[in-house]
Design a binder for this molecule. Structure first.
Ligand code: ZN
Length: 385
């Protein structure tokens, strides 16, 4: 029998191998984000286990922090199954076991080398291919809002031209690098916007100018971080004062928003605990008002009509907070620009309303939701101001 080996020497690779002598008792640890204690994301390659029954245990899986007020919601490991791939293209859900706070992958690999990850990775090469595809279109302008501490560009795609009466829409994803479903979602959304034969996309390109930042935190993506950038900062806690909080990525995006203006913003995320898609609106900001609330309710109805993968009955987990956290993008942007902002959370688990035992919530489903999202955005356009 060959020796088992675990490697992580690739983009986004992350895990600490503690002991892999016995396939039935492989011991690993989730790795924290450099300077920050945040942990959750894993992506590693297991070699030499073809046809062997493997039990791969994350010894520190009981050390994850939970958001406040979520005690009645199952934690991130309950009902969760990891993904595996032998070709980097198709990611299937595999077996899992969760006991006394400790999570294990349970699998018998069909190949000599198999990748395991928390969710299907969205590689930076794929981000670059999306940017290149958009750049080839006469409908799109591409620019770079700034460089990250590790030297990655923060790419922006702009559909439509600014002008009198045109609404200014902003869509961004992956402030949190582990939430790779955001990359797949934006790929679906951008590809639909690029489609010359799609009437909803054509209407949006005509009536609005749409700024898209597909990868807000490329350093975190490349490093395999869970929540932070190269400086250890959670970007979605940096919007109130990015200059003072080691968040040059947020400073660059904020500066561009100040220069262009904002009439609508969609910020795309993933949630480790919720087994469904969830939308948040600017309902707790200091300047909240009835008009914003109505626009948000209409938006939720619009997405519900556009996709069975969004169902409105799921309430805000733990109840809405009394006051908005203005360090978070969607709250800060709504307060600063007095506009509708929407937070999208997609599941890492499965979507309980339309479950899929083979793939769970997946790249394909994320991309389709991204395509569907253009419908409520188009419907909201006339009433944004
Ligand atoms: Zn997030």
């Amino acid at each position: 029998m060959p020796d088992l080996k675990i490697s992580t020497d690739f983009e986004g690779g992350s895990v600490e191998a503690l002991d892999c002598r016995d396939p039935g008792a492989i011991r690993l640890a989730l790795k924290p984000d450099g300077r920050s204690p945040d942990l959750q994301w894993f992506h590693f390659r297991l070699h030499g286990a073809k046809g062997r029954d493997c039990r791969i245990t994350f010894e520190n899986s009981d050390r994850l922090a939970r958001l406040a007020g979520r005690d009645e919601i199952p934690d991130c490991w309950t009902g969760y199954r990891p993904v595996a791939s032998h070709d980097g293209a198709e990611w299937l859900r595999v077996g899992a076991d969760y006991r006394d706070g400790i999570f294990s992958i349970v699998d018998r690999p069909l190949h000599d080398s198999v990748d395991y990850a928390y969710f299907a990775p969205y590689p930076l090469a794929r981000h670059r291919a999306l940017v290149d595809r958009a750049r080839r279109s006469p409908r799109v302008a591409h620019d770079v809002l700034g460089l990250t501490p590790d030297g990655h560009p923060i790419d922006r795609l702009t559909f439509g031209r600014a002008g009198q009466g045109r609404r200014r829409l902003w869509i961004m994803a992956r402030q949190h690098p582990s939430e790779t479903m955001g990359g797949w979602f934006l790929e679906g959304l951008v590809d639909r916007l690029l489609d010359p034969a799609d009437p909803v996309a054509a209407g949006l390109r005509e009536a609005a100018v749409i700024h898209i930042v597909p990868t807000a935190n490329p350093d975190g993506c490349a490093r395999g971080h869970t929540r932070t950038n190269a400086l250890g900062m959670n970007l979605n806690r940096a919007w109130a004062d990015p200059a003072a909080t080691d968040a040059p990525e947020v400073a660059a995006i904020r500066d561009a928003m100040e220069a262009e203006g904002v009439d609508f913003c969609l910020d795309v995320h993933g949630d480790e605990e919720l087994p469904y898609n969830f939308l948040g609106g600017p309902l707790e900001i200091p300047s909240r008002n009835e008009g914003l609330r109505r626009r948000f309710v209409d938006f939720m109805r619009g997405l519900e009509a556009a996709s069975p993968d969004y169902v409105r009955r799921h309430p805000y987990p733990g109840g809405a907070p009394e006051a908005a956290d203005l360090r978070m993008a969607w709250n800060w942007i709504a307060e600063r620009f007095g506009c509708l902002t929407v937070l999208l959370e997609m599941p890492f688990k499965d979507q309980i309303d339309v479950p899929d035992a083979r793939y769970g919530w997946s790249p394909q489903r994320s991309a389709r939701l991204g395509r569907a999202m253009l419908d409520p955005i188009a419907a909201a356009l006339p009433g944004l101001r």
